[in-house]
Design a protein around this ligand. Structure first.
Ligand code: ATP
Length: 220
């Protein structure tokens, strides 16, 4: 069996930014993925409620990916009731794509806390994990996350095509130290985050005044 994998980049996307988008492109190209789906969560189980609404976060992903066929919004978590559990998302994708390897893409910052996720070990029944180093963010892995890494790590990218799931592959993209929290902080203090995220997304954020009133920026 060898199929082009589909990548799954889950997150809050509050808002989507060039760190997410460029990461998805680098992976799609370097690892020959058929597609990378950006999957915003409705209610993140591990952090506070996002500042932007689910509809806004999904719209920005749609706008940001409209010219790139390999990237697309997958809004299944927004259409489901209850908390967004990744294991359920992957099982639902697996049912739709029984023959396609699925690769859950996550920064090391997120992987560090994976053992606190609902039924986390079942993730490997449906998907691989592509583990990304994130510039400027140092994290220590929980012991169980380290053990999963030791047991499942592969440095053979072919494993991502030859198996439907089960392995962990570390990938180091060209680093982009961009985060949604910094973008929100800049907007809150009236500073401009321009060029950290697509212009169309920023313009819509300013129009909607989501992350704080920004009359000065509207005149930029
Ligand atoms: P926040 O600052 O609000 O925590 P974020 O920028 O980390 O947001 P998320 O939506 O939480 O964005 O991230 C979704 C996924 O993308 C996570 O796996 C995260 O590690 C990864 N990611 C986000 N930004 C980058 C980046 N600049 N480089 C590599 N990976 C990133």
């Amino acid at each position: 069996m060898s199929h082009d994998p589909v990548g799954v980049l889950g997150g809050t996307f509050d808002p989507v930014h060039n760190g997410h988008l460029r990461l998805a492109m680098e992976i799609a190209t370097a690892l020959s993925f058929r597609q990378v789906r950006l999957v915003p969560c409705a209610r993140p189980p591990h952090r506070g409620a996002p500042a932007a609404s689910p509809g806004q976060r999904a719209k920005w992903i749609r706008v940001a990916t409209s010219n790139e066929p390999r990237l697309r919004l997958d809004d299944r978590e927004l259409l489901r009731n209850g908390p967004s559990y990744t294991v359920d998302t992957l099982a639902s994708l697996r049912r739709e794509m029984p023959e396609t390897p699925l690769c859950l893409i996550m920064g090391r910052d997120v992987f560090a806390n994976l053992p606190s996720w609902d039924r986390w070990l079942e993730i490997f029944d449906s998907a691989h994990i592509v583990l990304i180093d994130r510039p400027g963010i140092e994290v220590e892995l929980q012991a169980e996350a380290q053990a999963a890494l030791d047991a499942r790590a592969t440095d053979d990218a072919e494993a991502l095509r030859n198996h439907l799931g089960g392995t962990i592959y570390a990938y180091a993209p060209p680093p982009l130290a961009i985060s949604a929290s910094r973008i929100r902080a800049l907007l809150a203090e009236g500073a401009s985050p321009r060029y950290l995220l697509p212009t169309t997304v920023l313009d819509d954020i300013i129009d909607a005044g989501v992350y704080g009133p920004n009359p000065a920026m509207a005149a930029e």
